[in-house]
Design a binder for this molecule. Sequence first.
Ligand SMILES: Cc1ncc(COP(=O)(O)O)c(C=O)c1O
Length: 398
Amino acid sequence: MSKREFSPDTKIIHGEKHGMNPYGSLQMPIFQTSTFEFENTAQGAARFAGKEGGYIYSRLGSPTTTQVEEKVAYLEGAEACCAFASGMGAISSSTTAFLKAGDRLVADKALYGCTFSLFCHKLPSYGIDVEFIDTRDLEAVKKAVSKKTDMVYFETIANPTMKVPDIEEVARIAHEANKDCLVVVDNTFATGLICKPLELGADIVVHSATKYLNGHGDVIAGFAASSAELMGTIKGIGLKDLTGSVLGAQEAFLVNRGLKTLTIRMQKHSENAMKIAEALEKDPRITKVYYTGLASHEDAATIKKQLKGYGGMISFDVETPELAEKMMNNVKLCTLAVSLGDAETLIQHPGSMTHSTYTDEEMEQAGFSKCLVRLSVGLEDADDIIWDITQALDEASK
Ligand SMILES: Cc1ncc(COP(=O)(O)O)c(C=O)c1O
């Protein structure tokens, strides 16, 4: 009989059958347990020594989390993956597992606000040297990265600027300077369906699964995916000993359910976002639209070679911060809320919300201002969303 390697789209629906689900229920049960019984002390010792597979304690794993970790590993083309209690849990565990006092991190200037805060304030307090650059500028990358650089960190599609660094080139420069330098990419906005950073040379991918991977706005979760060796350190030291940021069984169950519809959700998010971005570009009250699908995007050449699709995130500038605020206070369909990747369209103000960890000068250097509005395009009818933004701008401009 012939054998077939199924595509990630198929695998994220079915997952692997390992005999972890003894009654054969269609859905993997929620293993709501803190610990697992050993048959005898020898078995307990063998599991702790890594000489025997099997579960020990839910901080270290459970069948419910294993299934969802395997699915995210398929999506990212990774050997191994680990689930976390949040995206920040994944990011802090994956970076602090490797960085120590005296080490050097080169990070992009435009990052999710709490990641920026971790790198700008917390890591330097541990003696880690952090430099922020624009990783799209390959000359700046060459200048910043040397044999002393231990980690380079950026986002596939940056939050909130939507800029797209060239992963292959940044990874090549970093590894040429120091073959052991770890290139870490936050793939939250793209997901493994639109971009696979590991295939382009990155070493570790991190995710806020709170967003598209779960997709229903009812879970906080994160993942890191990488080689089995690096994941051993991230899980064995980062998660187990440093942060303990473990995904609960209920949340793992919900992310597992969300993943089954990821492919069709991402298609609809992308279709809607394209239509909306094109409409926003025609509105004279909007001074600039940032969307990966637009020909006007500054990184169109990188996007063409690197992304398979465009995703559902749009940012746009209006003339003044006051107009941005007034407009957001007048939406009727969109929800004024942070987060992203949900069925509902969410609108928010990075300058005073998700990126309020940046000073005004840091925002300017990172390429955004308080005139920027961020839209996470949902799964509603695109014309309804366009109507809402237009009427909110009409109200705000009165
Ligand atoms: C790009 C990105 N990475 C990481 C995070 C952090 O994820 P979480 O809120 O799940 O901790 C966020 C949150 O908005 C994000 O937008």
